[in-house]
Design a protein around this ligand. Structure first.
Ligand SMILES: [Zn+2]
Length: 97
């Protein structure tokens, strides 16, 4: 589905137009993957809550900037994966016509 591995940050978002194996056209209708933003948003909320609670437990209710750092960096690091998973899920859930 994606042309390059997620670790290749510059090109992580590039997708094949059609499946190299079966020829399935990924973007079923124009803008199909806009909906993946909502799934990605749900991932971001889940990651934020998880790392927020972890920061609370590990640092015993630290200052606000500590929370911000503890949430910002995991979100940044996971964003390529979040984008990819959300597109895969979008296709999986809404891809059948
Ligand atoms: Zn295929």
């Amino acid at each position: 589905m994606f042309k390059y591995p997620a670790s290749d940050l510059r090109r992580a978002t590039q997708m094949h137009q059609d499946c190299p194996h079966c020829g399935f056209h990924f973007e079923i209708e124009p803008g199909f993957f806009w909906g993946a933003m909502y799934i990605s948003y749900a991932f971001s909320v889940a990651v934020s809550v998880t790392f927020g609670v972890l920061a609370y437990l590990v640092f015993d209710d630290p200052a606000v900037w500590v929370y911000c750092l503890c949430i910002f960096f995991p979100l940044l690091l996971l964003s390529p994966l979040s984008m990819r998973f959300s597109r895969v899920l979008m296709l999986y859930w809404f891809g059948d016509e």
